[in-house]
Design a protein around this ligand. Sequence first.
Ligand code: NAP
Ligand code: ZN
Ligand code: ZN
Length: 346
Amino acid sequence: MPTVKAYAATSATEPLVPATIERRDVGPKDVLIAIRYAGICHSDIHTVRGEWGPITYPQVVGHEIVGEVVEVGSDVTKYQAGDRVGVGCMVNSCRECENCRAGLEQYCLNGNVGTYAGVDRDGTITQGGYSTHIVVDQDFVLRVPEAIPYEAAAPLLCAGITTYSPLAHWNAGPGKRVAVVGMGGLGHMAVKIAAAMGAEVTVLSRTLAKQDDGLAYGAKEYFSTDDATTFEKLANHFDLIINTVSAPLDVDAYLRLLRLDGTMVNVGAPPEPLPVTMFTLFGNRRSYAGSSIGGIAETQEMLDFCAERGVAPETELISADQINEAYERVMSSDVRYRFVIDTATL
Ligand code: NAP
Ligand code: ZN
Ligand code: ZN
């Protein structure tokens, strides 16, 4: 089993530290990837801090992975050494249930295997992308088009697909008014992708500090949610609201911004339950929904869409010894708009 360099959490409260982990030997259907860049998703922070429940330490997180294929197993047909590839939030699923057969592996009825903190089919705990190498079944590896700048590609594997999937499912496009709540890693991708789909995009952020960026990424309007008049001005206005906020918020206040048959989709994942008043849903026949990442085929579709339309994340490249500082900056919304680790510094 190859031993590789990584950065790991050793408890819910201590900083991440340099570590080594073992990757499995390359099996017949496996691809060995030399990771070049790994994005920092807010889910990494929720996970290592135990906010979504207890985990086993040491734990390496990271599920926005791009790199090159180094070696392939004897039965691998999809990839060869040198290919530029990506890995997102899952590395396996049952492949047999109704949802897997529909290409919706993220909703595998037997549970997909998360790229980190998941239980792999061999019983081991999966370790994620803050590392130099990873071994993944070819069916869960994505092709990263050359048109996407290498350093900027990694965040597409989670932030990109997590926003693309609900935007596509709820038909964001010309004539649709789409609001994006929270201008962070997911939020800025939601703005870019919804605008590229042709929707009329509005950003709802706590302050106007990131307004110039939001408008440059394709939003038509930008409002502060700290200003109570925003909720009056935009009442009954949107067809679709994508809520990317990582903390609890007043769901009813946002639902009231939906017009007839509008839907608010939560992709933000605070651990706490959020109350919803039924009468807010009755008005305008509103829907409140959730959405989890995207299937493998849809992730490839998203990558190809971004390559074709020139959509790329805004990234800040950091070295491994800046990971803990980057976590603090994510927590204080001081990121424009995704930290990406240069894995050569691990
Ligand atoms: P992020 O970069 O930290 O962005 C979150 C944004 O939410 C911030 O930029 C901020 O926007 C807003 N925000 C943060 N704290 C807030 C508060 N207390 N009140 C109101 N707004 C607040 O995080 P991310 O990586 O985009 O992830 C966002 C959430 O999505 C996380 O909970 C993550 O776990 C979840 N997630 C879910 C999926 C899925 O499959 N459903 C996939 C990936 C991530 P403003 O500064 O503009 O207000
Ligand atoms: Zn993520
Ligand atoms: Zn399944």
